[in-house]
Ligand binder design. Structure first.
Ligand code: BEZ
Length: 224
């Protein structure tokens, strides 16, 4: 396991986000230092001027303000030159799809022609030695990797799910809770499992209008 991690350079959940300096469409960045105190979605796409990636960029860019309101910054990357990025982002602005038009990509897109960053993050996988997979790293305000998603080139990502994951991480950190399957903001959350027979019994006996249990190990806090 250790060897695989070293070979691919893939950081794992709970690891510090690997540091790098890079040229982007918004100038140079020093990562993750420049993003201290903010959540970051660092994501890769296989290539500029490709169809699935174009729909993803239109979608992500149109959600940029929503992410900003969640103290969350977006940083894109592909193994392409800065000039290819600039030309593609200009072209995207001319396109219209699903009601999205005049989309300006204001978040930085990393030039990674030498694959320095994509290799550090395990974004180049067996599918292609010259294109990154669709990777998503959600990194917290302390620079720790908190969620990792990988999709193959042919499948566009679900950006609502990426937003939901950030919302769930922020809720978990703020309230010390976990979130059940398909959780959405405003829905009931799971409280930590009791760690002893005594607290398990107490938990079952202390159910009230704010907390209910399906069993001693599965208790919810009501959110409304
Ligand atoms: C696409 O974005 O459409 C794409 C990129 C690389 C390989 C296949 C599809």
């Amino acid at each position: 396991m250790e060897e695989i991690t070293k070979a691919t350079g893939l950081p794992l959940i709970g690891d510090p986000a690997p540091a790098f300096r890079a040229v982007t469409t918004q100038g140079e960045i020093n990562f993750p230092e420049d993003y201290k105190g903010k959540w970051v979605i660092l994501f890769s796409h296989p290539a500029d001027f490709t169809p699935v990636c174009t729909t993803e960029f239109m979608t992500f860019a149109s959600m940029h303000d929503e992410f900003k309101a969640m103290n969350t910054e977006l940083v894109g990357l592909s193994i392409d030159s800065l000039y290819a990025h600039i030309a593609w982002l200009r072209k995207i602005q001319e396109l219209e799809w699903k009601g999205m038009k005049n989309i300006e990509v204001k978040f930085p897109v990393i030039e990674d022609i030498k694959m320095d960053v994509s290799r550090k993050y395990g974004m180049v996988q067996s599918q292609s030695s010259t294109q990154a997979v669709r990777a998503v790293f959600i990194i917290d305000p302390k620079g720790i990797v908190r969620t990792i998603l990988f999709y193959p080139a042919a499948i566009g990502r679900n950006f609502d799910e990426i937003k939901r994951a950030v919302q769930a991480l922020q809720k978990a950190d703020k309230d010390g809770v976990a979130t059940p399957a398909d959780w959405r903001p405003g829905q009931d959350v799971i409280i930590p499992t009791p760690g002893s027979c005594g607290t398990a019994k107490e938990r079952m006996e202390s159910q009230d209008e704010k907390m209910y249990c399906l069993d001693w190990f599965l208790c919810f806090r009501k959110e409304s």
